[in-house]
Structures are given as structure tokens and as C-alpha cells.
Write a protein that binds this ligand. Sequence first.
Ligand SMILES: [Zn+2]
Length: 309
Amino acid sequence: MIRLTLSSGSLRTLIEHQVPGWLARANRHTSAMRRRRRFSGPAIWGEIKRILMELQHHKCAYCERPMGNSVQANIDYDVEHFRPKGRVTPWPPPEKALRLGIRYSTGNGAADGYPLLAYEPGNLAVVCKMCNSPLKSDYFPIAGTASNASTDIAELDAVEKPLLIFPLGTQGRAPEEFITFHGIVPAPVKRSGPARRRARVTIDFFELHLRTDLNDGRAHCLVQLWDKIQLAKKGSSKQRQDAREVLAAAQEDYWPFSGCARAFLSLHTSDPQRAEQYYRAAHDIVTRKEPGLYPGSRSTSPRRHRPTR
Ligand SMILES: [Zn+2]
């Protein structure tokens, strides 16, 4: 997860330019809900989905899985309400708490959700089907007190203290301040305190450490980067130039799993031996050998005979 910076004003300008009249319709629907005090209205957020997809560089906002930019990719991804529009169900559900050993509480939910934010662009993100449903669903874990009286997200954040990290816009601290990667494994940056708790909840919530597709994607990324690091040092003049270009691209926002890539390249600068260990583990995953440093990251492997540790 990485911060994708765009101010609220810039996003609104973009929406008005590409879908004229959308903001005015959104305001009318919000005014209607202010009277009703519950969500009811058309799903016009789908009309700005393409805008969000482009702003997100065609990656899921939460897990950084790449999406295409075709009509088919459009079908694979949903517009997600960070604060649920209709109701908030307490998280985690008992099955998940048991499966992941979660013992912390994250609020009691809210019957009415956040109807006033249903049409707020700053409450929307484009996410993959897995992140949206079943994982995000109508959950919104918080450490503070639930409140849906305002449309000011900064005000709500101060009262509610959201435990999930929202990567879009300029509100709050960037995801990279909370979550780093040990090789392909997401981990809290901080050793203790609220920042560690928020990272832990976000990782557990989206199962960023457990999903095989994400671990495979990150492993392929690390193997590619390791090869480019070697070529940047030892290749021909052309190979060195090409490798440097790829290593620079891997730190751009558009790179799939760029949070993982940035952490790996930073580690290689500070601790190349540790980086090589992470590379070896990623290599073993890519080549379907032992899971190395990542037990449990792959539940079935045609070349592995010992049980997962
Ligand atoms: Zn996702």
C-alpha cells in the first residue's frame, strides 16, 4: 500500500472536467440523505470509476495488485466506500478472529453507517474484488468513538481514529509510515504504539500477508529487482543502463507492489546481505521450491514434500 497523492480540490476539478454535472448530482443526493438520515440513492459513483482507476495507476488501492485498463479490467474491480455508506458491522467476525488469532477490539459498528459520505469522492477508492468483498465488506474498524455527523473527513478521523489506512489523497499519514516489507512479507514499521496497531489491523484486515496471489506477485517483483541490481553492477554498458531504468521505475507509484519494491531496494542499500536472503526466499517461491523465509505463503507446491512449518 502506498500513498497516492491528490488533493480533494484537484480530484473534484478532474471529476467536473471528465463527468460534468456529477458533483452537482452528488450534492443533491447527499442533501436528500441529510433529511432521511440513512443511505438511499443511485450508484452514480460507477461513473467516476475510470477516473479513480487512472489516478491509482490501475492498481488496487489496498493490495497494489495490478489491474488492466481494459473494459474487462473495469469489471474485475469495484468502487469501494472507505467509510461504509449503509451500515458498519463489528470487525473481526468470529471465524476470522479465531483463524488469525485476533484478540483486539475495533469498535461496535454502527447501524446507519455513513450515508453523508456515500457520494464524497474522498471516501472512494477502486479496489479488487477480494479486497472489497469479502474482506472490506461493510466493516470499518476504529479505535475512537463512532460518528457520522460530519462530511469533514479530517474531523471524523480525529474522533473515530480509524484503524485502517486509507492510501488516497492528502488526508492523514502515508501508508509507508505504517507498513513496510520484510522481503515479501508486510510488517508494521513501528515496534509498539498506535501506529503499530494500525498497521497490524490493516495487514490482518486485508490479509496482506496471507494471500498467495500477493505473495507470488511480490516474489516475482523481488526476483526481477535482484537480477537488475546484479546487471546494474556487472552487465554490459547497455545492460547497466537498462537495469538502472528498471530500478528507477520500480520506485514509481505505477509499479505493481511498489511498497514492497521500495522497501527491498532501500534494504539492499543498507543491508545487502539481508536483501540477498530475502531474494533467495523469493526465488524459492517463484521456482516452487521450499517456502524459505515464508512458511505458509504457499499451501500447495508440486515439488514440496514436507508439510508447511
Ligand atoms: Zn486488492
